[in-house]
Design a protein around this ligand. Structure first.
Ligand code: C2E
Ligand code: MG
Ligand code: MG
Length: 272
């Protein structure tokens, strides 16, 4: 327990230094391709935060994002993450990958701050981003509390052209009955359901039902954590729109992600 406390203290101190611009480690993004099953090409990348400290090495966001949330450091660091993702989006445009979007994960603390939208708009303007190619991912559990307030903010985001995805769908508490009115464009089916496709028959699995429900409500569907061909075959059979997972690619460093998108310019010219 003591060791765990030391570790947390060290991560917190590193994050504080990074937020004030003088950290010794680094906070950077990796990008995981999102693959469109209709065009068989990459249609987006999800930006995933990584922390590296001199003593602890690489730290998972599952460990450090909750620390940024309890310390509120997610506010300044969330801006750094957003700006890095915008820079990546501009690099994609610069190389001619014109229709690839970038998804950024956003915590409830960020979303619920009074100046979240104005500051996002300032960054979009400063970096000359086309908001239509920005997707913000909000985990489903966030909707359990502050449902109406969150939905109102999401509606405002959509008004300025930003797309909204509900992340980890199926693990939170949002009621299917309310889904229709929700201001989201896309549902991301959690890996939990995708893992089940390895042990259940088509008749037993419910991912197909989630997909058809989402379609009826006008949402597009991304399946997360695809590792096996069997899962991919099921998702094609049940008309899932997009997939993300190690079967397509692990999260990549910026340079490798750009190279992959560039490769597609020649192999799939129509989808760029
Ligand atoms: P998420 O947004 O649901 O991201 C998907 C996670 O699943 C990523 O983990 C990704 O690397 C992993 N993944 C993707 N495909 C596969 C697969 O085929 N198999 C397996 N086993 N895993 C796969 P990662 O990068 O560790 O991120 C974990 C979570 O941390 C994210 O879940 C997200 O909730 C949070 N996170 C990451 N970056 C940020 C950020 O910038 N801001 C905020 N607020 N949260 C972030
Ligand atoms: Mg996500
Ligand atoms: Mg997820």
């Amino acid at each position: 327990m003591e060791e765990q406390m030391f570790r947390e203290e060290e991560i917190t101190s590193e994050l504080m230094h990074l937020a004030s611009g003088e950290g010794l480690g680094s906070l950077f993004l990796q990008y995981q391709p999102i693959y469109d099953l209709a065009t068989d090409s990459i249609c987006g990348f999800e930006a995933l935060a990584r922390l590296r400290t001199p003593n602890l090495g690489l730290i998972s966001p599952v460990e450090f994002i909750p620390i940024t949330e309890t310390t509120k450091l997610i506010i300044p660091l969330g801006e750094t993450i957003m700006l890095q993702a915008f820079r990546f989006l501009n690099l994609l445009r610069g190389q001619g990958s014109n229709h690839i979007s970038v998804s950024v994960n956003v915590s409830a603390i960020q979303l619920l701050r009074h100046d979240f939208i104005p500051s996002l708009q300032r960054m979009i303007k400063a970096m000359q981003i086309d908001a239509r190619y920005l997707v913000l991912e909000i985990t489903e559990s966030v909707f359990a509390s502050n449902y109406q307030e969150i939905d109102r903010i999401l509606g405002q985001l959509q008004k300025i052209g930003i797309q909204v995805a509900m992340d980890d769908f199926g693990t939170g508490y949002s009621s299917l009955a309310r889904e229709r009115e929700l201001n989201v464009n896309c549902l991301k089916i959690d890996k939990f359901f995708i893992d089940k496709l390895m042990v259940l028959s088509d008749d037993e699995a419910i991912s197909g039902d989630i997909i058809s429900m989402a379609h009826k409500l006008g949402h597009c569907v991304v399946a997360e954590g695809i590792e096996h061909e069997r899962q991919l075959a099921y998702l094609r059979r049940f008309h899932c729109d997009k997939i993300q997972g190690y079967l397509i690619s692990r999260p990549l460093d910026e340079e490798a992600a750009l190279a992959l998108a560039k490769e597609q310019l020649t192999s799939h010219p129509s989808s760029n």
